[in-house]
Each structure stands twice: as structure tokens, then as C-alpha cells.
Design a protein around this ligand. Structure first.
Ligand SMILES: C[S@@+](CC[C@H](N)C(=O)[O-])C[C@H]1O[C@@H](n2cnc3c(N)ncnc32)[C@H](O)[C@@H]1O
Length: 242
């Protein structure tokens, strides 16, 4: 499989999509305060360009980010010079320390294409949480990808033009998203072309895995931050070790 979040797409991601952290922050911050007002250490998995950690840092947390893409991390380091960023695969998470808060947001867990990998990550997260710690993640549901990953979208501004073409294979629960773009660098445009695959998870699959791993959890609709329904396209889970 070709690497994703390459140099040019990471630059576009940092311009266009890095606001996700700010959107999720008020909800997550409230959950953290409620669970553990003394929390002081925060690990963001699949941290992208660091948008969530920027807010955690602002609130006094000692922050660490982990991501697979060196290009995403290049932006993250520039955005947050005083945060430690580690390049690594979330499935192989193995740091010699524990954290009060661990997060993983914005489709990141959908990149894990098997329930076995998802379970492996849950187990590793559990091992990296301090007693009383909190783990929060959002995830596209099967229904969400089935409803939303179809057709094409064009994003165009003075720095880049991006065409996103997506489809969903219900039989394999897999969404495919081809992202073709042109990033302005000086007088020229650099072309990029990436193929992203996301697995749509059913709530019951996720919940069985959380339960067997040893987490108690609450879930919410991540678009409205309200009670979830069967049609919720994205869920957010707030989990505590049992
Ligand atoms: C949609 S971005 C979300 C980034 C960030 N969480 C945010 O909210 O902006 C998904 C991120 O997951 C990272 N990623 C995907 N698979 C990964 C893996 N197996 N291990 C670590 N990072 C991964 C990608 O490099 C990318 O930065």
C-alpha cells in the first residue's frame, strides 16, 4: 500500500482540516474535568498536525503526540514546538510511561481495517493509562460511511485544489477515498494522489471490544454531542478503565 499523508497532502491537511481539534475540544475538555480535574499528562494518538494538543498545551497539560506520517509530524512540530512528537504505528504503541488522558480523533481508528487491530490498540491504550485515566476517541460508524462516502467533492482556494472521490463497499465494510490535489508552491502546482481506506465499525463491535479489554464507556453522537441513535454517522466514546 502506498504511504498516505505524504508531503503535499499533509500541507493541505494542515490548512483545511486541522480545525477538528477545536471542534471536539469543548466536549472532551468537559469530560476530562469531570473525570479527573487533576489530570496533567495527555497523549494524542494519530495526532496529525497537532490541533488538539495545541489546546491541551494551552490548558497546562504536558503533551505527547504520536503519528505514522512524518509529514503530518513536521507540521505538528512547527505548530507546537514545545511538545514531544513520536513517529510510530498506533498498533505498536509502546512508551515507557503512562498518561492521565489519551485521545484518538477524526477517523483515525477507522484506518485500522480489522477488529483485531482495533482490539490491539484498545489493549495498548489501557496499558498506557494512569489509574483513573480517561480515553476518548471518535469513529465513523458503518452507517456513517455508507451514507456519506459517496460521490465527489471539490475544495478550491488560493493555495490548493482538491478533489475527493469516495465510495463504500458494504460487503467488506470498507470505504475508499481517493484524494487528488494540487498544492501551490511558488509559481507552480505540485500534484498529489492518495488512496485512503477506512473501515466502518458497528457500535456493537466497538463496544464488545471495549468491554473485553476492560473499559467502561459512555457514547455520544459526535456530530451533535448528544444521545446517539442507530443512524449516528460518527460516535464519540469516553472510556475509563474498569
Ligand atoms: C484524519 S487524520 C486525524 C489527525 C488528528 N487526529 C486530527 O484530529 O486532526 C488521521 C491521522 O491518523 C494517522 N494514522 C493513520 N493510521 C495510523 C497508524 N496506524 N498509526 C499512527 N497514525 C496513523 C494519519 O497519519 C493521520 O495523521
Amino acid at each position: 500500500m502506498k504511504p498516505i499523508y505524504g508531503r503535499h497532502f499533509a500541507a493541505v491537511y494542515n490548512d483545511k482540516w486541522a480545525s477538528w481539534g477545536a471542534k471536539m475540544w469543548p466536549f472532551i475538555w468537559k469530560a476530562v474535568q469531570r473525570a479527573n480535574p487533576d489530570a496533567s499528562t495527555w497523549l494524542d494518538l494519530c495526532c496529525g498536525t497537532g490541533s488538539l494538543l495545541k489546546l491541551a498545551r494551552k490548558h497546562g497539560f504536558s503533551t505527547v503526540g504520536l503519528d505514522l506520517s512524518k509529514h503530518q509530524l513536521r507540521h505538528a512540530r512547527r505548530n507546537l514546538p514545545d511538545t514531544e512528537f513520536i513517529r510510530g504505528d498506533v498498533r505498536a504503541l509502546s512508551l515507557e510511561r503512562k498518561f492521565d488522558v489519551i485521545t484518538c480523533l477524526y477517523d483515525s481508528l477507522n484506518y485500522l481495517r480489522s477488529a483485531r487491530d482495533l482490539e490491539r490498540v484498545f489493549r495498548k491504550v489501557l496499558r498506557h493509562l494512569n489509574p483513573g485515566g480517561l480515553f476518548a476517541f471518535d469513529v465513523n460508524t458503518f452507517t456513517g460511511l455508507q451514507d456519506r462516502w459517496r460521490g465527489a467533492t471539490l475544495l478550491d482556494d488560493s493555495r490548493s485544489t482538491v478533489i475527493i472521490q469516495s465510495s463504500f463497499d458494504a460487503g467488506r465494510a470498507l470505504g475508499r477515498c481517493r484524494i487528488i490535489g494540487f498544492l501551490k508552491t511558488g509559481r507552480f502546482y505540485k500534484k498529489f494522489d492518495e488512496e485512503h481506506w477506512e473501515r466502518g465499525y458497528h457500535a456493537r463491535e466497538i463496544e464488545t471490544l471495549l468491554d473485553t479489554t476492560g473499559f467502561d464507556f459512555k457514547k455520544y453522537d459526535a456530530d451533535a454531542f448528544s444521545r446517539p441513535s442507530k443512524r449516528s454517522g460518527r460516535l464519540i466514546y469516553v472510556c475509563r478503565p474498569r
